[in-house]
Structures are given as structure tokens and as C-alpha cells.
Design a protein around this ligand. Structure first.
Ligand code: GLU
Length: 489
């Protein structure tokens, strides 16, 4: 690829970051890493009315959590800063003045600010916003007169009225627009801030962006940007518009499909590497069969010819599945350390602090079943504290009565107290024999032990679990069960 690859993620701080934003960041980052280029974060905070405090911090936090590091931008700086557009107003003013003086833009005195909800994506056609505006034809004298009488004026770009604007999009192929369908859009607003269009073109040029990769919803803005590049005498970068993300019902992705702010995925116990892999598949594929792709393989293979044109479908079930896959790939040590913050958050206070060493032994026992880390506390709490109040009726297994169950508990207790070898194979051998002596099926006898040791009917494999619980806990829990069942008669 000729020249250095420099791509940018240009969030507007107008709300919490969601899957759509971050997918764009991820694709840009991967493209930069694949090409040994630079990934730049630029904050597009020129729409003062729509600023939401905290959204940039949340965005940066989301990127950090996902290990998407940026080479230039907030916090790290860089040679083309500042990276907040609100700190670059002079640049935009100078460019707007240049456009006006060269006849490519004009002051407009009509009160035609765009509607408040229009964040730049809506395409206001020539027939709407600037149709009745005659300011483009005003003489110098008229402009001087009007300027004296008002301080509320905007600058509009004078779109060519004939011809077509073409882009050879690296994903979508060739797209063209008839210029007459484009309106004279505002580039500088009456509050002195530029619109997105001017700021984005100015900065993509000044920050030496080589490729603009962004969501398809920005495609309609591209003819405006190209014409601005031309009028300013700037060489336009390459363009690549990423496919839309839809819900399984083919409607535009929303909360209804389970898509929430990025921070929520962290709170809900998704692994960042699973979410990254999942977002990757929202528009990119290594081949037609591989879903789970290690990030290093992705970086090595991240070319734009693998980006799909058709809309990507967001499937919450697939994300959950993917998370389980990544959880099972962790080492027990890693899983334990990922579970720890969730246990600290969710376990009852009297079970804290959690012993790390103990947790490392517990983790492999739940690894097969846990799908999200926020299940950690619920899946493991009985390791930390016995549930001593479980319904004693649940100890008595099918085909057994209370006396048989008491006898089973007594026999197990005698054996489990008599040995110090809690290695699981040994326990299995011993308790198999005990069960046979009592003429109980494995399901019955082990069912009794499971409930007595955990208070639950479902648990990890019994003997592995008893090994981890260890002798003291096991014996005292069985004693408690025996006492409670005896007392209940
Ligand atoms: N600030 C725009 C956004 O919020 C960036 C669009 C672009 O990448 O050109 O998505």
C-alpha cells in the first residue's frame, strides 16, 4: 500500500458507546495493525447542543477494555493534535474563509439552521434546506449591508450544480451522486462551530488520514466531503463504508435486540476477547466456516476484501455462545482472576474475601458450564459457605425414604471422616463401595451426597467438587445435613 496507513475513529460524544461505534473502531484498528499503520482517535465534539457529559470517557474506557489501543488522540497526544475538534476552531474558520474568498462557500443570512435532531446523517436535499436561499447570488455590497445588521449567520458550501460526484469505495465499489441532488449544506454554524462536514474534511486532511473507514450510514455524506476536499485543494483519502448492523429481524440494531452500551457487556460478564471476536464477525470473515479467530490471526488477515457488503446480523445468542467458547479456553488461573471481581461484587459480604488459591481450584469445576462471568457468584457460592438452610426434603432421592437417607448419610460420614485422602479418584472408589454396601444406585447415593454437601441438586462433578471442598467442609456439611434430617422426623 503506498504511503503510511493512517486511519481514524472519530466518535461524537453524544451518548454511551454501543456496538456500532466500537465495531467501527475495531475495524479501523485492525486495518492499522495489519498494515503497520497508525490508529488515531479524534473526538468530534462540534455539536455543542448534543454533547453528553461522560460519553468520551466511556468511549475511551470501552476501547481500553477491548485492548484497542490508539497511537494518537486523547491522553496520548500526537503530532497532529489537538485531537478534540472543539480545540481546533481557528482551523475551521480559516478554511471556511478560504472557501468563501475563493467563491466556494458563501455567507447565508436566512434563518435556516438545520433541525435540532439532524445530526448530519440526514440528507437534506437541495429542495429543502437551501432551496429558497438566494444568498449564493448576493453581491459584495448586499453582503456587507446584511452582515452589519445581524450577527447570526452561517456559511454554506456552494455545491457544484452540475455533474456527478463519484467515489470508488473500497467495500461498496463505485457509487455516484448527481450534484444537483445535493444542497448547499452549512459548513460553519452561527455559534461559530463548524458542522461535521467541514471539520471531518479539514481534520482528515490535516491528520493525514489515508483511509476513511466508517459505517454505511455516512455514505450519503461522502459527495459533500469529496466536494469539500476538491474545493480546498486537498487530496481525498480512500473511502470504505462498513455494512449496516441489523437485528435478527432485519430492523436497525437497537436495545430491543439485546444490544446495549459497551460498558454493559463488561458488567454482564462478557470477556473482551469474546466481544471483539463477535464484533469482528459483524462484517468480516476469515472464510466461510471459521467463527472463532484468535486476534493475531485476524490482524494477519485483515484485508478489506474480506469485509462483506451485505448487512451484518447481530445475534445475541451467538455472542453468548462465543463467550462460553472463550471462557473454556482460559487457563484455570486466568478464569479465577477474571471471576474474582465478579465474586467481590456479587457474593454476600460474609463470604469475602475470597481465597485466591481456593478459587483457582474451584474455577475448573464451573468452567464447562459458565457462560458469563456474572454467573460466578451464583455458581460457586456454596464453595465459600454452606447453604445450611436448604429444604431437607431435597436430600431424599427418588426411591428412598428418610431412614434410608439417614443411613446413607451416616455411612458416608463414617467413610469421609476416616480418610484424609481427598483425591477425587480415591473418593469415588471409596464411595462407590459404600453405595453398593447400602444397595443404593449411584444416582441415589451420590444425589444424597450432592445435596448434603452443597444444598443444591445441581453441581459440578461430585468427587472433584468434594476434593476441592476438602475434608473439613465436607464432613461438617454432612454432619449438618444428618442433624437436620434427623431433627425433621
Ligand atoms: N463523528 C462521526 C460519528 O459520530 C464520524 C463519522 C465519520 O467517521 O466520518 O460517527
Amino acid at each position: 500500500m503506498p504511503g503510511e496507513v493512517r486511519v481514524r475513529f472519530a466518535p461524537s460524544p453524544t451518548g454511551l458507546p454501543h456496538i456500532g461505534n466500537i465495531r467501527t473502531a475495531l475495524f479501523n484498528w485492525l486495518f492499522a495493525r495489519h498494515n503497520g499503520g497508525k490508529f488515531i482517535v479524534r473526538v468530534e465534539d462540534t455539536d455543542q447542543a448534543r454533547l453528553v457529559p461522560g460519553s468520551i470517557e466511556a468511549m475511551l474506557e470501552g476501547l481500553r477494555w477491548l485492548n484497542i489501543d490508539w497511537d494518537e488522540g486523547p491522553e496520548v497526544g500526537g503530532p497532529y493534535g489537538p485531537y478534540y475538534q472543539s480545540e481546533r476552531l481557528q482551523i475551521y474558520h480559516d478554511l471556511a474563509d478560504k472557501l468563501v474568498s475563493e467563491g466556494n462557500a458563501y455567507h447565508c443570512f436566512c434563518s435556516q439552521e438545520r433541525p435540532a435532531q439532524d445530526d448530519g446523517r440526514q440528507r437534506d436535499r437541495r429542495t429543502s434546506a437551501s432551496a429558497d436561499c438566494h444568498c449564493r447570488e448576493l453581491s459584495k455590497d448586499e453582503i456587507a449591508k446584511l452582515s452589519a445588521g445581524t450577527d447570526s449567520k452561517v456559511i454554506r458550501f456552494a455545491m457544484p450544480r452540475e455533474g456527478v460526484t463519484r467515489v470508488k469505495d473500497l467495500i461498496r465499489g463505485e457509487v455516484e451522486w448527481r450534484n444537483e441532488t445535493q444542497n448547499d449544506f452549512i459548513i460553519l454554524k452561527s455559534d461559530g462551530f463548524p458542522t461535521y462536514h467541514l471539520a471531518v474534511v479539514a481534520d482528515d486532511n490535516l491528520m493525514k488520514i489515508s483511509h476513511i473507514m466508517r459505517a454505511e450510514e455516512w455514505l450519503p455524506s461522502t459527495p459533500r466531503h469529496l466536494q469539500l476536499f476538491y474545493a480546498l485543494g486537498f487530496e481525498p483519502p480512500e473511502f470504505a463504508h462498513l455494512p449496516m448492523i441489523m437485528g435478527p429481524d432485519r430492523a436497525k440494531l437497537s436495545k430491543r435486540h439485546g444490544a446495549t452500551a459497551i460498558g454493559e457487556y463488561q458488567v454482564d460478564g462478557y470477556l473482551p476477547e469474546a466481544l471483539t471476536n463477535f464484533m469482528l464477525l459483524l462484517g468480516w470473515a476469515l472464510d466461510d466456516k471459521t467463527d472463532v479467530v484468535p486476534i493475531q490471526t485476524v490482524i494477519e488477515n485483515f484485508t478489506l476484501d474480506r469485509v462483506t457488503k451485505s448487512s451484518a446480523i447481530f445475534d445475541q445468542e451467538k455472542l453468548l455462545w462465543m463467550n462460553g467458547v472463550y471462557i473454556r479456553e482460559l487457563t484455570p488461573e486466568e478464569l479465577a482472576s477474571r471471576m474474582m471481581p465478579f465474586l467481590e461484587r456479587d457474593l454476600p459480604k460474609d463470604m469475602l474475601p475470597v481465597d485466591e488459591e481456593y478459587l483457582r481450584r474451584i474455577a475448573p469445576l464451573v468452567q464447562e458450564r459458565i457462560k458469563r462471568l456474572d454467573e460466578s457468584a451464583d455458581m460457586t457460592s456454596y464453595f465459600f459457605k454452606a447453604d445450611e438452610n436448604f429444604d431437607t426434603g431435597t436430600i431424599i432421592q427418588k426411591g428412598m425414604d428418610r431412614d434410608m437417607t439417614l443411613a446413607a448419610l451416616k455411612a458416608a460420614l463414617a467413610d469421609l471422616s476416616a480418610t484424609d485422602d481427598y483425591q477425587h479418584e480415591k473418593l469415588e472408589e471409596m464411595l462407590n463401595a459404600t453405595g453398593e454396601r447400602l444397595s443404593l444406585s449411584r444416582r441415589q447415593f451420590f444425589g444424597v451426597l450432592r445435596v448434603a454437601a452443597t444444598g443444591r441438586a445441581v453441581s459440578p462433578p461430585l468427587f472433584e467438587m468434594l476434593e476441592v471442598l476438602g475434608k473439613d467442609r465436607t464432613v461438617s456439611r454432612l454432619k449438618n445435613a444428618l442433624e437436620r434430617l434427623s431433627a425433621s422426623g
